[in-house]
Design a protein around this ligand. Structure first.
Ligand code: NAD
Ligand code: UD1
Length: 332
C-alpha cells in the first residue's frame, strides 16, 4: 500500500490516477488546505472506484500512526506542503512548519512503522541561478526563497537519513515546471485566487476570466527576451513517480533525479502554443522582471532516462490542449 500525502492536490491527484491505472493500491492523506473534496470525487470518478482518503494533517502524529497500521503502508509519496514562493517570503514560519516539520513527523512515523521507502517532491528551484543549462543533478544547489530552502533542507535531511541507515530507499525528484491536466478532463490544477504560475494564468486569460497576461521581463538574455522554462506534462510527471517506485523496489538507494523534458520554452512561445490550442486570443503586455526569476532553467534528463528508463513523451501542444479542456470543465 502506498501512502500519497497531498494526494488531493494538482500533482498528487494525477499520481493517484496513474497508480490506479497501473493497478497499485494507495491511500491519500490531505488536509485540503489547497485542494477540495471535489478533486477527490473527480478522482474516484476517473478511477471508477472509492479511494481511501483521510482528511488530516501530515503533522498529526497520531493520525499518521493510525494510517500506517490500518493500511499496512509500505511506501510513501510525499507531496503535502505549501508551494508559493511569495507566500513563503511573507510567512516563512508556516513554510518551515508545513514543509520541514511536516516531513520530520512523517519520517518518524515511517520509522515507527518500519516503512523505509520514500519518494519526495523536490523542485528545480533548488538550483537557484545555476551557471550552466541544461542543469544536471550534480550542479551546486542554492535556494533563493524560504520555499526553496525548505526543499533543500528536506533533501539534506533525507541524505543524512540514508547515510545513517542504508535500508532507507529514497528518491528526491526535482520537478521542473509541471503543466497540463489529465486528458479525461476530470482532474487538473485549481489555483485559489490569482494564479502565480504561467499556465493557469494563461488559461484564465484565454477563457476571458482575466483581461491580459503580464509577461515578467522582455529583456532576458534569451532568444526572444522572455524567460525560458522546462514545462513537463503532469501525466508524464506522474509516470515518473511510478518509475521511481519501481526503481527503489530493486535498489536500496538515495537517488536525486530531475524530472523535466530537457527542452526550454519561452513565455512568448507558450502564449502562442496556448492561443493555438484554445483557438482564443491571448492578450499580453510586457512588464518588468519578477524579482527572484532566473532567465533560463531546463533539465538535463539523462539520469532519469538511464536509471528509471523514463522519459517525458507529451509535447507542448498536448499540455496546452489538456490545460484548456480542464479550464473549460472547471468553469462549467
Ligand atoms: P498542491 O497545493 O496542489 O498540492 C499539495 C497538497 O498538499 C494540497 O492538496 C494541500 O491541501 C496538501 N497539504 C498541504 N499541506 C499539508 C499538510 N500539512 N498536511 C496534509 N496535506 C497538506 O501543489 P502541487 O502543485 O500538487 O505540488 C505538490 C508538491 O510538489 C508540493 O510539495 C510542491 O512543493 C511540489 N512541487 C510543485 C511544483 C509545481 O509547479 N506545482 C514544482 C516543484 C515542486
Ligand atoms: C515558480 C517558482 C518556483 C516553483 C515553481 C512551481 C518563483 C520565482 N518560482 O517557478 O519556485 O517551484 O513556480 O510552483 O515563483 N510568467 C509571466 N507571467 C505570469 C507568470 C509567469 O511572464 O503571470 C513567467 C515567469 O517570469 C517565468 C515563466 O513565466 O519566466 C514561468 O513562471 P512560473 O509558472 O511562475 O514558474 P517558475 O517561475 O519557473
Amino acid at each position: 500500500m502506498i501512502l500519497v500525502t497531498g494526494g488531493a492536490g494538482y500533482i498528487g491527484s494525477h499520481i493517484c490516477a496513474e497508480l490506479a491505472r497501473v493497478g497499485r493500491d494507495f491511500v491519500i492523506l490531505d488536509n485540503l488546505s489547497n485542494s477540495s473534496m471535489d478533486a477527490v470525487d473527480r478522482l474516484q470518478q476517473l478511477v471508477g472506484r472509492a479511494v481511501p482518503f483521510h482528511a488530516g494533517d501530515v503533522r498529526d502524529t497520531a493520525l499518521l500512526d493510525r494510517i500506517f497500521t490500518e493500511h499496512a503502508v509500505s511506501s510513501v509519496i510525499h507531496l503535502a506542503g505549501l508551494k508559493s514562493v511569495a507566500e513563503s517570503v511573507a510567512n516563512p514560519i508556516d513554510y518551515f512548519d508545513n514543509n520541514v516539520a511536516g516531513t520530520v513527523r512523517l519520517l518518524a512515523a515511517m520509522r515507527r512503522a518500519d516503512c523505509k521507502t520514500l519518494v519526495f517532491s523536490s523542485s528545480a528551484t533548488v538550483y537557484g541561478a545555476a551557471a550552466t543549462m541544461p542543469v544536471t543533478e550534480d550542479a551546486p544547489c542554492m535556494a533563493v526563497s524560504p520555499y526553496g530552502r525548505t526543499k533543500l533542507m528536506v533533501e539534506e535531511m533525507l541524505s543524512d537519513l540514508h547515510a545513517s541507515d542504508p535500508a532507507w530507499r529514497i528518491a528526491r525528484l526535482r520537478y521542473f515546471n509541471p503543466a497540463g491536466a489529465h486528458e479525461s478532463g476530470l482532474i487538473g490544477e485549481s489555483p485559489r485566487g490569482t494564479p502565480n504560475n504561467l499556465m493557469p494564468y494563461l488559461a484564465q486569460v484565454a477563457s476571458g476570466e482575466r483581461s491580459a497576461l503580464t509577461v515578467f521581463g522582455g529583456d532576458y538574455p534569451t532568444p526572444d527576451g522572455t524567460g525560458v522554462r522546462d514545462y513537463i506534462h503532469v501525466v508524464d510527471l506522474a509516470e515518473g513517480h511510478v518509475a521511481a517506485l519501481d526503481f527503489l523496489a530493486d535498489n536500496p538507494q538515495d537517488v536525486v533525479l530531475n524530472l523535466g523534458t530537457g527542452s526550454g520554452t519561452s513565455v512568448l512561445e507558450m502564449i502562442a502554443a496556448f492561443a493555438k490550442a484554445s483557438a482564443r486570443s491571448v492578450p499580453f503586455e510586457i512588464a518588468a522582471r519578477r524579482p527572484g526569476d532566473v532567465a533560463t532553467c531546463f533539465a538535463d534528463v539523462g539520469r532519469a532516462r538511464r536509471i528509471l528508463g523514463w522519459t517525458a513523451t507529451r509535447d507542448l501542444d498536448q499540455m496546452c490542449r489538456d490545460a484548456w479542456r480542464w479550464q473549460l470543465v472547471r468553469k462549467g
